[in-house]
Design a protein around this ligand. Structure first.
Ligand SMILES: NC(=O)c1ccc[n+]([C@@H]2O[C@H](COP(=O)([O-])OP(=O)(O)OC[C@H]3O[C@@H](n4cnc5c(N)ncnc54)[C@H](OP(=O)(O)O)[C@@H]3O)[C@@H](O)[C@H]2O)c1
Length: 277
């Protein structure tokens, strides 16, 4: 393969962990190339992307605030990107932009890789939140054979909008009533930004959740959110959010290089700043 030219676009973007991940894989697989952060303000999205095409980029990742706005700028969309309504990875082929979404894979793979033999079959799932990440997570869950999804969001209309993804399998629960609907839940997922550093805490009492339920948070700063701490005390199995970030990057790297890399414990430590290379 010729040298890879890739990056991540967003605004702001300097905080992004994606360069650490992709540069690690380039080195691990002895590939030449670069992966950079590229700051593009919303009003410059179209011209910013055209510059990347002209500069010979092979592709790029997309983060806040461009994931939805880039849809109409793509020449082709993968089925997942179309249904999710957001693109987090673009492959540039013959100057054409092909939009993909790998967030759903990241979420599902994180659970499966964190808990041996995890099976979504017959599971009742409770999702807190209905923001941008939630649609990708529901898409991922729909590829599995779960029983039912309950969604609760502060702005109930956003949760209602997600119902159309599987009207007979999704039920909306009022935000104020979320704690009273946990007794039959097998998997509790926080997709809100609550609990993240510099954000308010997610205030929820999960004592009604069965002991054998799994709790996962897609927030990964801090790694152990208050929700996950509470779940640990209650003896629930927990899955932290960092794996979603690592696993969503794997198919992106594969799209550009044809190599599906691993999300190794060493890479996780590197991204968390626990080790350096
Ligand atoms: N691990 C990963 O790879 C990964 C991937 C994607 C995202 N994330 C993280 O997931 C979080 C959500 O991302 P997103 O893109 O979905 O964000 P988003 O579209 O902005 O959605 C934010 C969600 O949080 C809720 N929320 C925010 N402030 C709240 C408050 N004070 N009280 C109650 N609910 C509140 C929002 O509810 P309303 O609808 O009522 O505003 C909405 O459901 C972020 O922290 C992000 O960093 C992690």
């Amino acid at each position: 393969m010729k040298s890879l030219k890739a990056g991540v676009i967003g605004h702001p973007i300097s905080h992004s962990k994606s360069p650490i991940i992709h540069q690690y894989w380039l080195q691990q697989h002895e590939l030449e190339g670069s992966y950079k952060t590229i700051d593009i303000a919303p009003e410059n999205l179209e011209s910013g992307i055209q510059n990347l095409v002209s500069e010979g980029y092979d592709g790029f990742n997309i983060t806040i605030p461009h994931k939805e706005n880039i849809l109409t700028l793509c020449d082709e969309l993968s089925p997942a990107a179309k249904i999710i309504g957001a693109v987090n990875t673009v492959k540039i082929k013959n100057k054409k932009l092909i939009g993909h979404n790998t967030d759903y894979f990241g979420f599902i793979e994180n659970i499966k890789m964190s808990i041996a033999n995890y099976n979504f079959k017959d599971k009742n799932i409770f999702i807190l939140g209905a923001g941008g990440a939630t649609r990708a997570i529901i898409y991922g869950l729909l590829q599995e054979k779960f029983s039912k999804i309950y969604i609760s969001n502060r702005t109930q209309g956003r949760a209602e909008n997600l119902k159309e993804m599987a009207p007979e399998k999704i039920e909306v629960i009022e935000w104020s009533g979320k704690e009273n609907n946990l007794s039959n839940i097998n998997l509790l997922i926080n997709t809100t930004s609550l609990g993240m550093v510099n954000h308010p805490e997610l205030e929820i009492n999960i004592s009604n959740l069965p002991d054998n339920a799994t709790v996962t948070d897609i927030v990964y700063t801090p790694l152990l959110t208050d929700l996950l701490k509470q779940a640990k005390i209650n003896n629930n199995q927990i899955v932290t959010g960092i794996g979603m970030l690592l696993h969503q990057a794997r198919p992106a790297f594969e799209l550009w290089t044809r190599i599906m890399p691993d999300a190794s414990p060493e890479l996780e430590k590197l991204v968390l700043g626990e080790i350096s290379v």
